[in-house]
Design a protein around this ligand. Structure first.
Ligand code: ADP
Ligand code: MG
Length: 493
């Protein structure tokens, strides 16, 4: 029988709660063995005598605050969830209690018995889950090179190639969708190319206007242009005999592509406004999420530069093509995230891991990292919960595997249509929300792009860009079922 420890200085309340829980139907059918205390000291003593599997703890106790005994209680009862009871709704106490490790909050006056049972049952089932669930990837054979995690044949091959190119000074092109780890691979190549520490200088070619990018790369002489008050060395110089990482090289202007080509051919360059030839000692690693051959065909990328860059190309496959890497990545990223946000979420129930393995991961490992960070922050204990993860595609798209959607609650559109939103995990990210809205608008207009633009108040090119970004293919409808699909708000909840 599960033991419940009730701590409150209000004797009549204590008595009626005790009666309620002794009769309560628990998950699994058992009733509670209820023990009580009216002070903090009494609570610790009672817990020591018969360690409870659940604690309901009042904040305002005559001798000490309930907050102060969360830690000692945890030391005695281990993973027993502690539900804090308070009459106050202030943010600070809530935060302090949750940080101290309280599982949940119950506000006074007490909710009706059914609501109370719901909170209690949820706490107990999470605890059971945490006992049952094995930590992920305990026995997954995974290799690591620097920080590159992955067990798939494709990643093993990639790591081998990294090993091969790391020893040379050859220019390398890294391709792959956004978030697949291009920068990480560049850093690993750099780290493995020399035993002594050398500079790694990165620059994002898509983030800066052309003229500025030029002087960032090449540096400028004093007085080269208005505002150039002093001589400034560029990235090619600053990198010395290390690495210059040209991120998003596919977005570089044709003018700068020509200059870069010259640097690669002659391994010499001049600062902006200068005549002195400077020797390029750094190694160049470039990356792009674009298909450069396609960019060449479209006239946006120089053929000769492309030919030169592509000699050594490392392509990183998208995460959805190597789903066996997801469990070791989850394991690896959880450790990193826990450290960053000071939590200890180490248990991933098998069904949650399965859910993670099925998500589309358009944003690849970066998205996985973001999704896990949110779920870790929202996790009430040490278990990662499915309710804090995005839902599967099939939940938006009838016709896919309908089975998979059950038991994986996620975002609803309720947050958009009003009503109280008190559960932050049900609010989608902006990208998710945008995607859902576009699909809805398309659906409502029968796939008519012009009308969709009107509804959403955006231009046609913007719509096209977003369709591409979110991988949405609008279908013009003969039949309702053909429409790009989102279930209505009512159906979802
Ligand atoms: N194979 C991997 N193992 C571990 N972490 C990875 C891996 N691939 C990517 N990451 C992590 O994912 C995030 C995004 O990677 P990044 O290199 O910035 O991607 P890209 O440059 O392709 O957009 C980073 O935090 C990175 O450390
Ligand atoms: Mg990047």
């Amino acid at each position: 029988m599960e033991t419940l420890l009730l701590v409150d200085d209000d004797l009549s309340l204590l008595e009626s709660l005790k009666m309620h829980f002794e009769d309560a139907e628990l998950e699994g059918g058992a009733a509670f063995n209820v023990i009580t205390a009216t002070t903090a000291a009494g609570a610790l003593k009672a817990a020591q005598e018969s360690p409870p599997s659940l604690v309901i703890l009042d904040m305002m106790l005559p001798d000490r605050s309930g907050l102060d005994i969360i830690d000692p209680l945890k030391a005695i009862c281990g993973d027993a969830p502690i539900l804090i009871v308070t009459a106050h709704h202030d943010m600070e106490t809530t935060i302090r209690a949750m940080k101290a490790g309280a599982f949940d909050y119950i506000h006074k006056p007490f909710p009706d018995p059914a609501a109370l049972d719901l909170v209690v049952n949820r706490a107990l089932s999470v605890r059971q889950l945490s006992r049952r669930a094995a930590s992920v990837a305990v026995d997954t054979p995974s290799f690591r090179l620097g920080d590159i995690v992955g067990t798939s044949p494709m990643m093993q091959e990639l790591v081998k190639e990294i090993g091969k190119v790391a020893g040379s000074r050859a220019t390398v092109l890294i391709t792959g969708e956004s978030g697949t780890g291009k920068e990480l691979v560049a850093r690993v190549i750099h780290n493995y190319s020399s035993d002594e520490p050398r500079p790694f200088v990165g620059i994002n070619c898509s983030a800066i206007v052309d003229s500025l990018l030029e002087s960032e790369l090449f540096g400028h002489e004093k007085g080269a242009f208005t505002g150039a008050a002093t001589l400034k060395p560029g990235k090619f110089e600053l990198a010395e005999d290390g690495t210059v990482f040209l991120d998003e090289i596919g977005d570089m202007s044709l003018m700068l592509q020509a200059k870069l080509l010259r640097v690669l051919q002659e391994r010499e360059f001049e600062r902006v406004g200068g005549v002195k030839r400077i020797r390029l000692r750094a190694r160049i690693i470039a990356a792009t999420h674009r298909d450069l051959r396609h960019e060449v065909e479209a006239g946006r990328f120089r053929e000769d530069l492309y030919q030169r860059l592509k000699v050594i190309t490392l392509s990183i496959p998208p995460l959805r093509e190597r789903r066996e890497d997801i469990p070791p990545l989850v394991h690896h990223l959880l450790a990193r995230i826990n450290e960053k946000v000071h939590k200890r979420v180490t248990r991933v129930p098998p069904e949650v891991l399965e859910h993670l393995c099925k998500l589309p991961w358009r944003g690849n490992i970066r998205e996985l990292e973001n999704v896990l960070t949110r779920a870790v922050v929202l996790a009430p204990g040490e278990v990662l919960l499915a309710e804090n993860l995005p839902r599967l595609e099939s939940e938006h798209a009838p016709g896919r595997d309908a089975e998979t959607e059950r038991g994986a609650p996620g975002h609803s559109m309720q947050w958009l249509y009003g009503g109280a939103v008190d559960d932050p995990s049900r609010i989608p990210t902006l990208d998710e929300a945008e995607r859902i809205l576009i699909i809805r608008a398309l659906s409502a207009t029968g796939g008519h792009k012009g009308k969709t633009c009107q509804i959403l108040g955006i231009s046609r090119p913007t719509l096209e860009r977003k369709l591409q970004k979110y991988d949405i293919t609008p279908r013009v409808a003969p039949a309702e079922a053909e429409l790009v699909p989102v279930r209505s708000n009512r159906e979802q909840s």
